[in-house]
Design a protein around this ligand. Sequence first.
Ligand SMILES: [Zn+2]
Length: 477
Amino acid sequence: MTPQSEDFSAWYNELVVQAQLVDRGPVRGTMVIRPYGYRMWELLQADLDGRIKDAGHENACFPMFIPESYLKREAEHVEGFSPELAVVTHAGGKDLEEPLVVRPTSETVIGEYMAKWIGSHRDLPLLLNQWANVVRWEMRPRMFLRTTEFLWQEGHTAHIDEDDAMRETMWALGAYAAVARELAAMPVVAGEKTPGERFAGAVRTYTIEGMMRDGRALQAGTSHYLGTNFAKAFEIQYQDEAGKLTHAHTTSWGMSTRMIGGVIMTHGDDKGLVLPPNIAPYQVVIVPIGRKEQGEQAAAEARRLGAAIKAAGVRVHVDDNRPQLSPGFKFNEWEMRGVPIRVELGMRDIENGVATVARRLPTVEGQGKEQIPLDKVAGLLPGMLADFQAFLLARAERFREDNTAVVDGWDAFAAQVASGWARAFHCGETECEDAIKADTAATPRVIPADAPEESGVCVKCGRPSAYGRRVIFGKAY
Ligand SMILES: [Zn+2]
């Protein structure tokens, strides 16, 4: 495999296939998510779905074919999405009267039904979510990061006024930041997007941005306050207490299979994946060692230990049915596939009543393999996994801080965004953002919600700063 330090992009492209996360689909830009990759998605989905339901939302499922006319009702929306639409013009052996768009996102079709279902202020808030696949034709596809078809959830909600809709928008942003930190061990920065980076049709767009190990940013989830733009386009109205017909305020928010790409690029190294335990399909793998009879004895002991570890609530896999492969090969393979903790079990270990336990990365400098009494292993693993999860989050946070700098002045800015993030003042003008992008390939990623209030002059054009705080700029996926 190409080392990460040599060619990050080649490393990523080779790793996603070798680690059996995906295979390339038959149509350009599509991906087959293999069981190992899909399990990661299921773990993320289960956690996020729980949060969504706990906050009062209900899941529904809308059709994937949307009449083209729906998209045209919101002018900015159709303009933003047109270049990436897949449109069905022919079906059932004949030309269709109206072309059908394969959903790129569902504000329009859900808006149509919100209008139908909402009558009075008592019907609000309407809190919907759907887990679905969407299609956006990608010119430069990359597995998980930009694929023509991907999986996501999209929340769509309608509210009585701006205050309530903004509370919802910020709730979704907070839920995404928590999922990123707690499951993916990604220390994301949350905040608003600049106007030039807004979702097509939104009044305000919020984002979580993570730093990948090549210093680039990954937008890992977005939440949009849509104002009354879609309510007006689809006549989403309610009768207020005085009986007056009023437009609802709507929101939408999404997190996708892109997060898996984020996990790979936040933690991986030259040996392969490094998976945070909370999102790892196998948190622990047991490799029995030995040939013939000894091998069978070790495998039997490994299965016993596996059952005890499983009973402790750990996702464990016993690698006991590939006797043709050497232990060394298996160790390398599980390392490459990012398993957080490996347990080795040979006859000498068993005779001594111990197992050899190795973490994917040493959490303490110089710490290698350790031997743990067999009857203690299952009890100790949950704590070791929690420590490993915390270690990865802290390591990623340190990496981000080491590669982020406060900069003033164009030369310092250009040097900083070549390999990391710059915290800089910006005038807020979209043409100025475009000029920065043309010169450096960097874009404004986020106006961090927790940044101190400051003002200064735009790093590019010298006009006064627009946001009352510094903006994070970086190159992005
Ligand atoms: Zn400027």
